[in-house]
Each structure stands twice: as C-alpha cells, then as structure tokens.
Design a protein around this ligand. Structure first.
Ligand code: FAD
Length: 297
C-alpha cells in the first residue's frame, strides 16, 4: 500500500506510530491529553474549541460512535470546568450516510452542549460537495437550538450570500479562507482576491452579524479587522479571533494580551492524517515543523 494511503486509512496503527509528526498541530490522541492542552491555553487567557478528528464516515455505526464520543467529550469538559466549546464535521456524524440520521446525531450533541457553561457547537465546513447539505442541516437544527453555528469559507463564490443568510438568521459564523482544493468555477483561486473577499465578509459580520469568529493567522487580515473594529466602534467583546493549535502561538497570546478574545481550535484523536495533510500542504512552515520533529526525536 502506498505511504499516503496507509496514513489515510481508517483505524490505522500507522497513524498512531507516526503521531509524533502531527504533535505540534494535534493535541494528543485522547480527550484527557486534549483537555491538558486546553488547560494551558485557558491559563494563558485563551479559550478553545475541541474537535475530535475524523471525516467521511460511510458506516452508520461509526457515525453513532462519533456522536457518543462528542457526548462523552461534553461530559469531560463539564467535569474539568474547561473554557472550551466543541467543533465537529458533519461527514463524521454520518452526512454521507443519511442526512436525517446526521441531523438527529447533531441535535443530540447540541442539546447536551446547551447545559454547559459554553454551550456553543461549531459545524466545521468541509469540501464543496457537502456545502449546501451542511448549511441545510445547520439551519434545520438552528430552527430549534440557537447554540449552533456554521463556518463560511471566503474562497467560495457563493459565500457572500451565505454570510447574508447567517446575518438574517442571527447565527454565529466562523469565517475562514477555506482549506480544500476547489475548482475555479466555484472558488476564487488567487490569494489577494481571497483576502479581499474575506475582508468584505468580515466587515459585514462585524457590522451586522452575531459575534463572528475571525479565523485566520494572516497578519494583513488581522490588522485590517482591528482597524475596522476600532473605526466603527465594534467593541473587543463583540467578536473573537480564532487560530489553530500549534500555529502562531505567540500571536495568539499577544492578541489576548491586547485585550482581544482569542479561541484556539484544538483537534485531537487518532485520525489526524487528513487534518495534518491540509496543514502541511497550505504552508511550508508547517511542513518544516513536521520535518523538524522527525530529526528531534
Ligand atoms: C480556527 C480555525 C478554524 C478553521 N476551520 C476551517 C473549516 O471549518 N473549514 C475550512 O475549510 N478551513 C478551516 N480553517 C482553515 C482555513 O480555511 C485556512 O486554510 C487556514 O487558516 C490558512 O489560512 P490563514 O489565513 O490562516 O493563513 P495562510 O493563508 O496560510 O497564510 C497567510 C499569512 O499568515 C501568516 N502565517 C500563516 N501561518 C503561519 C505560520 N505557521 N507561521 C508564521 N506565519 C504564518 C503568514 O504571514 C502568511 O503569509 C480554519 C482555520 C482556523 C484558524
């Protein structure tokens, strides 16, 4: 089997053996190690969102296991008194198996989360094959439960309309650039145009949205958002910056010290290969970190 296939295979012992490669970006393989990472972040004045890694589940019993893991995570967060909420991927909850099954599993998680100090559940956005379906499931659960919100990817040409819809609903949006390879017919391809699109949507969300999450490590966007917020009297507690675990940790802390709210996305679990692949292919710095971990063992 080719190396890349061995990494991406479900339940792969290969992934456990090579976990040291992903260590900078993935907070361990268990909820306990992930909660330790959250504790450190909380001590530095940062909040978190915990994500149990996994995607593209095709077996209903595996989707049910994902639901059960999230229910157990919520109980562990409650016990630990950690300042974190959760993020999840609908294809890990059975979206590719059956939309109604997935909606039911998401509802169970959102209802359990509602009893926590931070009750929010974020639905990560995946590839464009499931964008419309993901937003449909979000809206059907949001109709009954307001503690759930979507991610909108700035590179998709449909996204300005999705941002307007989220504003109309009063839903909390995480805005990111987008991490999947998408065709130019539906997605903006060059970085300056993605940045411009991002900023237009960020401004709309800051002006009229509900507590947006500005998810990026990009200084140009972060600086522009700070300037916009200051010029338009958007108080620091009306939005938050969001960054990934292990990426620019010094910037995360610097923003918190400046009085901004910062939430760190903390992924954990044994199925880290897909997530790790997206991180190392989007930035050469991230690949360098992984290579360094090979020689510093
Ligand atoms: C909290 C969070 C949640 C996300 N959720 C999703 C999701 O649900 N769906 C999805 O498709 N994508 C998601 N993403 C990923 C996102 O779409 C981008 O792929 C990813 O954030 C890279 O874009 P960027 O703007 O952060 O920085 P990039 O475009 O990678 O880099 C822009 C600039 O930022 C600086 N920079 C970035 N990384 C580093 C580094 N390691 N060291 C030093 N400087 C650096 C550099 O100045 C660089 O030029 C999420 C990202 C975050 C932060």
């Amino acid at each position: 089997m080719a190396v890349i296939e061995r990494f991406l295979a479900p339940d792969s012992a290969f992934q456990t053996r090579f976990f040291f490669l992903a260590k900078r970006f993935v907070a361990g393989e268990t909820i306990d190690t992930a909660l330790e990472a959250v504790r450190d972040l909380n001590a530095a004045g940062l909040t978190a969102t915990l994500d149990f890694l996994g995607e593209d589940v095709t077996d209903p019993s595996e989707a049910q296991r994902t639901r059960d893991t999230y229910l157990a995570m919520l109980a562990a967060i409650e016990r630990a008194g950690a300042a974190t909420n959760v993020s999840l991927k609908l294809t890990a909850l059975g979206l590719l198996v059956d939309e109604a099954l997935c909606t039911g599993f998401l509802t169970a998680i959102v209802e359990r989360a509602a009893t926590l100090a931070d009750p929010f559940v974020r639905i990560d956005m995946e590839g464009s094959a499931v964008t419309a379906q993901t937003l449909r499931v979000f809206e059907s659960v949001f109709a009954q439960h307001k503690n759930v919100g979507p991610v909108i990817q700035a590179y998709l040409k449909r996204s300005p309309a999705d941002v307007e819809r989220a504003i109309e609903l009063g839903a909390r949006v995480r805005l990111c650039k987008g991490a999947y390879r998408e065709p130019e017919t539906i997605a903006i391809a060059d970085m300056p145009s993605i940045r411009r699109a991002y900023l237009r949507m960020a401004e709309a969300l800051l002006a009229r949205g509900n507590y947006p999450g500005i998810a990026t490590h990009d200084d140009r966007i972060i600086d522009a958002v700070k300037v916009y917020a200051m010029a338009h009297d958007v108080a620091k507690d009306r939005f938050e910056f969001q960054m990934l675990y292990g990426v620019r940790p010094e910037l995360q802390r610097a923003l918190a010290t400046e009085g901004y709210r910062v939430r760190v996305y903390v992924p954990f679990g044994t199925h880290w290969a897909g997530y790790f692949y997206r991180r190392v292919t989007e930035r050469k710095e991230n690949l360098l970190f992984a290579l360094r971990s090979l020689v510093s063992r």
